[in-house]
Write a protein that binds this ligand. Sequence first.
Ligand SMILES: [Zn+2]
Length: 368
Amino acid sequence: MVEDGRVVRIFENLVKIYSPSYKERFVAGYIKGYVEALGFLAYEDEAGKALGGDAGNVLVTIPGTADGPCILFAAHMDTVEPSGGIEPVIEDGVIKSKGDTILGADDKAGVAAMLELISVLEGKLLRHGPVHLAFTIAEEVGLEGAKHLDLSDVNVDYAYVLDSNGPVGTVVVGAPYQDSFEVEYTGRAAHAGVAPELGINAIVAASKAICCMNIGRIDEDTTSNVGTIEGGRAGNIVPAKVNLLAEARSIDPAKLEKQAHHMIECFKKGADETGAEVNIKRTRPYDGYLHSENDPVVKKVVDTMTKLGLTPRLIKSGGGSDTNVFNAKGISTVNLGMGAEDVHTDDEYVPVQELANMAQLLVELVKI
Ligand SMILES: [Zn+2]
């Protein structure tokens, strides 16, 4: 049985551990210690070495006690800054941080629910199939841990990432593909007062590109942004260099392709109209996914939520998570709301009831 007090204690212990991206050593140690004390094996992979972090992804396998589907749960161990010296306080059934820090419920609420599940399964009183638990590193810096996670010999029937904000009941059935652009304009420097005609203004080139570009909300599935722009050296020098970072996202890969093509055309136009040169580097940090309500991975969790009296709410997200990476690896996965709100801010909070609900949901999902 899920013990509400125990989940809260685990959660409080977890958020007190400093664990920014690539520095997950102590939280990984806590998780491994917890798992091993209950008599299960925890395996740490080499992702930390490959990525320059101090810990790898932690994987736990719990053998089934009966014939049943194999389920994978995942949550990330790293948190965004400022995350040092987090002091959790409970007021009116809600946990928040005392000082000027995040709480770290993103994603330690997910981690706590998974550890509580292990405690429940330890007694072997429950009939369940094999359960795999993945605790990933470096999610907040580009889903890097999940990308390095080798799940090739795990045969998963249902996979759930516990890393969406929103009440337990939230099911993120779709998230976008993303393209990132690093753009560099090269013009020619000249004295702005003595010989401006000898110069080629890289800032003007970039401005012409941005002026003709569709930016912001493109349609229901698609967004785009120019996020940073840097260039120029002084008011009296025609600027020779401008660098900018931009992105586009869409749940529909065809729409993303169209938007990306449009942005590239605009970047080139800015160069053509001014005589500057432009170098465009386009990358795909992650792929998107979209599941229908009839997909088994969605149906199973919706049925289980309904059984528990939770209200399932199927949504599409505009952000990426480890879920994107697992789907790209061919593992049909959705992201679940773990109860936290205002994540990545000092106002982040999670109700105690949501922590308990999340643990209860995991237990019910594995139960045969
Ligand atoms: Zn997260």
